[in-house]
Design a protein around this ligand. Sequence first.
Ligand code: SF4
Length: 466
Amino acid sequence: MIDFSCTNENFRNDLMELIRAFEQRTDETLSLCVGYVVRKGELKVELRSDKFDNFVKFRAFPFAPADDMEAKRLMKRYLKIAIYDTLVFLTGVELPYGCLTGIRPTKLYAELGEGAHDVFKKDFFVRQEKLELIERIVDAQRGKRNPDPERVADLFVFIPFCPTRCAYCSFVSMPVDRQRKLLRPYTDCLLQEISYLKKTAKKLGYTFRAVYIGGGTPTALPLDMLDEVLSAAAVRGVKEFTVEAGRPDTITPEALELLKKRGVKRISVNPQTFNDATLERIGRRHTSADVERAYALAQKAGFDVNMDLIAMLPGESAEDFFRSVDRAAELAPANVTVHTLYLKKGSALRVEGYKSTENATAERMVDYACRKLTEAGYEPYYMYRQKYTSGNLENVGYALPGKACLYNMDIMEEDTTVFAAGAAAISKKVTPAVNLIERCANYKEPLEYVKHFDTVMAKQKAFWGV
Ligand code: SF4
């Protein structure tokens, strides 16, 4: 445990992310107190700890920000560097991403431009193999990013229902059988919101390059309602139309036929693991044979398929995970997304007190996945990190040549306006000319979304100004 304090409480949350990453990897108990002052073009940082007979360290960084925003950004960056450096010395622990926190390492790398490699390596202490992964992804995205963010947008629709709730799930998602009464009103609201967003996009001069129906498990909806949603969301000539089907227990020949008829090109069939004992443990109501059956159907119907795998599921050894990666590579779907388990508040596993502390195993797992999948012809093409991930690692999307998902890149690199409908959906207006991103968040809970739908629409109208 690290008893951390900082003279600027406003930075505490950001800095705590780094402290927590160390706490995940050490059993040491120590204090760390950080203070700083700006003087004569320098940010001087003082770090004190009760370890090593009241350790004290001073660091100084050149400090000449152009404005308040840059001042804040630089302060946070330098404090993280000073803290990281000190904690490495005090604990003997190094982190794969060094002092780099935040969800989007590839976005930051691209923003830093020519000097990015050196900043990531020398200032942020990012490990060589992680730096190579980031650079590979930045390269893979060249030529695939939104060519005209002023005019080209994405449409996102959220379906917050699933067959059952997985033990690690922290998304807004409800078991569909227990919400039968909510399905009709939810769908009705969704249809209205989609229709408004599509008209608004047109009035504002946008075309869509990707439509993404996410969840939850969209295919958990009764097929007549799913049909209504698909028909409302479909956009003629769109480059990419994805339905995150996900759970194989919802992927039937009828569902696939419907998706095909409505122009869907990409679906997910998510094994998470090919180990049946684990599937039972995490509350998925299907087996690995169901995944293979659903995948065969989807392949036959001509969909591009994404498969999600999760490293560090409870009870799984590295070898269990390797077998899942091997099987996914053999099946050769268009995309494989490798997640590292993260447990936010609200997940059953976290409530039960499950804690994954095997950082070395987590690293072996994601390294193996990267090696195996790239050897099998996949290219890593997008990545993100989350706060409570095992080993403070990453989630990476891999694609066969020509199969990278545009929507995933747009979301992670934040360079595309997103018109988003449904509970928990967040619309995003991107204005690249002034480097501005504005957001409009809907009610998270489906019941609230339906109950306060007038407010939802009023907010959307005020946000888009149409
Ligand atoms: S399928 Fe996904 S959204 Fe649904 S309960 Fe499981 S983890 Fe949550």
